[in-house]
Design a protein around this ligand. Structure first.
Ligand code: GTP
Ligand code: MG
Length: 308
């Protein structure tokens, strides 16, 4: 495993308590290319990071999402590791994340914290929130992932250079996940250790939790427009069946409801159409995603050939 091809990106905001130790740990594991993208910390974070030998830049905007998007533009390594600067993720697990990428079985590897976490690393609310959010994600997207919000992941260049990140805050992990599967890239999870935080959290569990849930729903059309449309079709069908049963029941008792009968027909036909349109939209979209992925890979290949 050639670690010179890897850059470790660490977004930080006031992490003076943990950043020094985090960088030391990664250096000890053999990572020399460390990039800290700082959110204008008012403590000694930048000073410590520089002293420990990391390259440090101050992000131009606000929020973790903006910081990550900016780092993806500034870095040019074949593979990146994205890790929080709060000391919660052990550097010794980094190679577990890189393994599937170097073996070319994945483009995006996420460290799953939920199997092996230190006592106190999750508050009860955070653990519950995480499980709910991942459940909602699996329900809507139908993709078997269990820790989409993890702050420890590895991505290959073709992917991190092509993701379009619009969310500015803690929705970034969700957006990275959705972008990966939408563009047809391969994503896997590997179990990692998760430790208690040093320093204060920047996350507001309720506000950010709610934002993440609405992001999961709002990004759905990027992955599958059909899944976004099916619920409307199903609601129309359901209403149509209810009015339909009523109309037929009354008809047997010699009462005819002409208007309601027309409405029933409309609801059922429209419901079926919405579902069929959703299905067709999905098929077209999937083919499009595959072609886009192939184009991205092709473009990178051409760039490589030109360079050599
Ligand atoms: N550059 C930058 N980094 C940020 C910003 N907000 C948070 N971070 C960093 O992003 C990482 C994750 O933030 P945390 O507060 O640990 O969020 P979390 O891991 O979801 O929550 P905890 O479970 O409490 O640790 C940390 O390294 C923060 O310092 C920001 O606005 N800009
Ligand atoms: Mg954290």
């Amino acid at each position: 495993m050639d670690l010179d091809r890897v850059c470790v990106i660490i977004p930080t905001l006031n992490e003076e308590e943990a950043i020094g130790h985090t960088i030391d740990e990664f250096k000890k594991e053999g990572f020399n290319n460390i990039f800290v993208i700082d959110g204008n910390s008012t403590d000694r974070t930048r000073e410590i990071a520089r002293k420990k030998g990391a390259k440090v830049e101050v992000q131009s905007g606000k929020g973790k999402g903006q910081a990550v998007a900016e780092a993806f533009k500034l870095v040019d390594s074949d593979v990146i590791i994205l890790v929080d600067g709060d000391g919660t993720y052990p550097a010794k697990d980094a190679k577990k994340l890189l393994d599937p990428i170097f073996k070319d079985v994945a483009d995006h590897v996420v460290g799953n914290r939920l199997k092996n976490y230190e006592k106190g690393a999750f508050t009860r609310l955070n653990l519950f929130g995480n499980k709910i959010i991942n459940f909602i994600f699996r329900l809507f997207y139908g993709v078997e992932l269990y820790d989409i919000l993890s702050g420890y992941r590895a991505l290959r260049k073709e992917l991190y250079k092509s993701v379009e990140l619009q969310k500015r805050g803690f929705e970034v992990e969700t957006e990275l996940t959705v972008e990966t599967i939408s563009k047809g890239f391969r994503m896997v999870e590997v179990p990692i250790e998760y430790r208690k935080r040093g320093g204060k959290t920047k996350l507001n569990p309720l506000k950010d939790g709610w934002r993440i849930v609405s992001t999961i729903y709002n990004l759905l059309p990027r992955y599958s427009p059909g899944r976004h449309m099916y619920p409307f079709g199903l609601i129309m069908l359901f209403l149509g069946f209810i009015t339909g049963i009523y109309v037929v029941y009354e008809w047997f008792h010699r009462i005819t409801h002409s208007l309601l009968a027309i409405l029933t027909t409309l609801l059922i036909i429209a419901g079926i159409q919405v579902i069929i349109f959703g299905f067709i939209a999905d098929v077209v979209f999937k083919i499009n995603a595959e072609i886009r992925r192939d184009l991205i890979l092709l473009r990178e290949e051409v760039k490589k050939i030109k360079r050599d």
